[in-house]
Design a protein around this ligand. Structure first.
Ligand code: XUL
Ligand code: CO
Length: 443
């Protein structure tokens, strides 16, 4: 088989002084940090759809990138060429996982039985490549948003026939995820939402989504799927309002329907910011509920109100992300670059630059987050900030051994309470800067 990215060799760690564009400056897979290698801390994944399928088309213009990989598009030969390209790409970058939707892998036929045959054939080929290279599947999913039949959603559709079709796709995608040894299975409810409440029975739609998810869990467990199911929240786009608005909403839904033992959250940075949160916020919400599962590592543009799916370059965000991940004891999933190169970055080399950027950004995030934790000033400040609840009446409140009446009496006897201690936000922000940029004085 001919090399596809023949002018690019394996990307190596060369350190921060290197000017070689095709090298890692910070991602050093074998470097040990807090008892684990960077590779173990950062199980990176390639998103099949963006990296091997998306060619730069947007609402106003057609493809800029050529991802035919030497084969005619829309054919099984092209599906195989994408596998060849994908595995060569991952090997050259040292990416250990991939994520896929069913329809990323093969051209969809009119008849689902024919699509499924194609999926069987391509996953046999993918499995061969996995065995040859040691590359693994992070998660699989079914695309239940592109085909016009899903215009009103999949679980939330008004058509029982479409609901059946969604079930068939989930069943097959679960079969494939198990076949490929995937660690997780994702539900991103792209069209599970509404355009107007004038035509929508919200309660019924949400109950139907839960019914579909329950059937998926039952089926998955029956075929030996031991991994996590994930909801990937997103507040809008393509729908005006999506039911899995953010981590808190999705967690409430999972608990309401008894799905919380089987599901965790797949937090996507750009989705969190679309919901009006920071990336760190949705990570924290997931973590404190024991549901931080996996991450779609990308970033948005805060000046734009849509999902730009950029490769992560923001070291502050990556630092706070890794701070949350380290504090939560790591992920059960991994870091999937659900990201695409910008439309004018259309060359094969740009695909490598993008992953180098993303991987180096998260390596920096990991190094910085470790420094913040080892420095300890932030954590001890937060600890100290709540110290009034460690003794006296504060302790009684936490232990549940007081009453509203006792507290009211204390308040009445105290006169005006002293102001709470300062939040010291600016001081804490300067600690973060000091930790991130120490060493620059050597210039
Ligand atoms: C869309 C998105 C999806 C999911 C998988 O915004 O993030 O690609 O990650 O369906
Ligand atoms: Co995503």
């Amino acid at each position: 088989m001919a090399e596809i990215f023949s002018n690019i060799s394996r990307i190596k760690y060369e350190g921060s002084d290197s000017k070689n564009p095709l090298s890692f400056k910070y991602y050093d897979p074998d470097r040990v940090i807090m008892g684990k290698t960077m590779r173990e801390h950062l199980p990176f994944a390639m998103a099949w759809w963006h990296n091997l399928c998306a060619c730069g088309t947007d609402m106003f213009g057609r493809d800029t990138a050529d991802k035919s990989f030497g084969a005619e598009k829309g054919t099984m030969a092209h599906a195989k060429a994408k596998v060849d390209a994908g595995f060569e790409f991952m090997q050259k970058l040292g990416i250990e996982y991939f994520c896929f939707h069913d329809v990323d892998l093969v051209p969809e036929a009119d008849d689902i039985k024919e699509t499924n045959k194609r999926l069987d054939e391509i996953t046999d080929y993918i499995l061969e490549k996995m065995n040859e290279t040691g590359i693994k599947c992070l998660w699989g999913t079914a695309n239940m948003f592109s085909n016009p039949r899903f215009m009103n959603g999949a679980g939330s559709t008004n058509s029982a026939d479409v609901f059946c079709f969604a079930a068939a796709q989930i069943k097959k995608a679960l079969d494939l995820t198990v076949k490929l040894g995937g660690k997780g299975y994702v539900f991103w409810g792209g069209r599970e939402g509404y355009e107007t409440l004038l035509n929508t029975d919200m309660k019924f739609e949400q109950e139907n989504i839960a019914r579909l998810m329950k059937m998926a869990v039952d089926y998955g467990r029956s075929i030996g799927f031991k991994g996590d199911f994930y909801i990937e929240p997103k507040p809008k786009e393509p729908m005006k309002h999506q039911y899995d608005f953010d981590a808190a909403t999705a967690i409430g839904f999972l608990r309401q329907h008894g799905l919380d033992k089987d599901f965790k959250i797949n937090v996507e940075a750009n989705h969190a910011t679309l919901a009006g949160h920071t990336f760190q916020h949705d990570l924290r919400v997931s973590a404190i509920n024991g549901m931080l599962g996996s991450i779609d590592a990308n970033q948005g543009d805060l000046l734009l109100g849509w999902d730009t799916d950029e490769f992560p370059s923001n070291v502050y965000e990556a630092t706070m992300c890794m701070y949350e991940v380290l504090k939560a004891g790591g992920l059960t999933g991994g870091f999937n670059f659900d990201a695409k190169t910008r439309r004018p970055s259309y060359t094969a080399e740009d695909m490598f630059h993008a992953f180098i950027l993303g991987m180096d950004t998260f390596a920096l995030g990991l190094i910085n987050a470790t420094k913040i934790i080892e420095d300890g000033r932030i954590d001890s400040f937060v600890e100290e900030r709540y110290s009034s609840f460690k003794a006296g009446i504060g302790k009684k409140i936490v232990e549940g051994s007081t009453t509203l009446t006792e507290l009211a009496t204390i308040a009445e006897d105290m006169g005006a309470p002293a102001l709470p201690s300062s939040g010291k936000q600016e001081y804490l922000q300067s600690i973060v800067n000091q930790i991130l940029f120490s060493g620059l004085e050597a210039l």
